[in-house]
Design a protein around this ligand. Structure first.
Ligand SMILES: Cc1ncc(COP(=O)(O)O)c(C=O)c1O
Length: 374
């Protein structure tokens, strides 16, 4: 099956943009600190493309399609905190393609920091709007066409390509595990969509038996995003969305494999108050991984997924004799957009050697004395 899968993927247009394969690193100090399972981190934060992340793999396939179609401009809906926007902007800069990011106007996150700063730096055209709908993108595309451009609007098919990018990651992981002689029990990641869909499909085709647990960064939102919904709770709706993506990808690759909602384990227990809301557990997880492994997580996606993994270990849902692979999907520029909040919550203070106040008082006194003498 491996060769067939490789061949099917190789038929899709693709432009190499990411540094692959990403390393699979042992985390002995993190495992020890948790008194628990063997933990490895699959470092997709090291894909390259403006600080790395899961979207580097996705844009290899999207850019392949964009080039094949002959488009010269890409239009996408985005958010000031979006990692996808940053990696799209970087890929487009590298290939000489223009980018228009139609961004949700959000008072809290409009500060030109983190990803938004990098989008500007990478040359993206950013249009903030109060409304967030397809019509604006269509109108923009029409205007660009009139000016002689060939725009491409990112849509659902691109999420299917993103799913295939992670089927490819499952292939990569399969080889790395084989080399290490490892059969992990769990693969844990931050996802509410194509990343998990691709890994589930890839693992099924390659007959890998690890459980794939996705912790998503949002509580709700699928209705708002206009995706299909089924009756039931959020977990059921997300499982449906992820299984659909996996099945569409299977079809596109020509594999007669079906992923059901029961194959999808995706939860929102570690989101906190909502998307982008920093939680105490996520801060602790970020600090623990930084101090045990020197690996940086982010407060929106990977920090929360790691908080989930830590909680599962502490509660004994994952036991000490099991093996876990944690997929690091990137997102680290958010450390800088959230700098103030993280510093406050983690209680970091810069200390100066000696008592600066006393020293200053002494200097001022000396200066006054000299002035008086004159
Ligand atoms: C850093 C990071 N991790 C994980 C994800 C989840 O990706 P998806 O839900 O598309 O699988 C995203 C999405 O933007 C992300 O930026």
């Amino acid at each position: 099956m491996k060769a067939e899968l490789q061949e099917a993927i190789s038929k899709l247009p693709r432009i190499r943009l990411a540094n692959l394969p990403t390393p699979l690193e042992e985390c002995p100090r993190l495992s020890k600190a948790l008194g628990g399972p063997r933990i490895l981190i699959k470092r997709d934060d090291l894909t390259g493309l403006a600080f790395g992340g899961n979207k580097a793999r996705k844009y290899e396939f999207i850019m392949g399609r964009v080039k094949e179609i002959g488009a010269d401009t890409i239009i996408h809906s985005t958010h000031p905190l979006s990692n996808e926007a940053r990696q799209l902007s970087a890929a487009a800069a590298k290939l000489g393609i223009s980018v228009y990011l139609v961004s949700l106007w959000d008072m809290k996150s409009r500060r030109v920091q983190g990803n938004l700063f990098l989008d500007y730096l990478l040359g993206a055209n950013i249009i903030f709007s109060n409304w967030f709908h397809r019509n604006f993108k269509k109108e923009l595309a029409e205007t660009l066409c009139k000016k002689g451009h060939k725009p491409y609007i990112i849509g659902h098919y691109d999420d299917v390509l993103g799913t295939i990018a992670y089927v490819n990651c499952a292939l990569e992981l399969h080889d790395q595990l084989e080399e290490l002689g490892l059969t992990p029990d769990y693969l844990v990641l931050a996802s509410g969509g194509s990343t998990q869909a691709g890994l589930i499909l890839g693992a099924k085709i390659l007959q890998q038996n690890y459980k794939i647990i996705g912790f998503r960064p949002v509580k709700t939102g699928y209705q708002k995003m206009g995706l299909k919904m089924i009756k039931g709770d959020d977990d059921a709706a997300v499982a449906f969305h992820i299984s659909e993506l996996a099945n569409e990808a299977a079809k596109l690759l020509g594999f007669n494999v079906t992923i059901s909602t029961k194959d999808v384990l995706n939860y929102d227990n570690y989101v906190g108050k909502g998307y982008g809301a920093v939680t105490k557990e996520c801060c602790e997880a970020i600090e623990l991984v930084a101090r045990t492994e020197g690996v940086l997580l982010d407060p929106i996606y990977t920090g929360k997924a790691m908080a989930g993994l830590i909680d599962y270990i502490r509660k004994g849902r994952i036991s000490a004799d099991e093996t876990v692979v944690f997929l690091h999907t990137g997102g680290t520029p958010a450390l800088f957009s959230y700098n103030k909040e993280l510093v406050r919550r983690l209680g970091y203070k810069s200390k100066v050697l000696g008592d600066l106040k006393l020293k200053l008082k002494g200097w001022v006194k000396g200066l006054k004395g000299r002035i008086e003498k004159k």
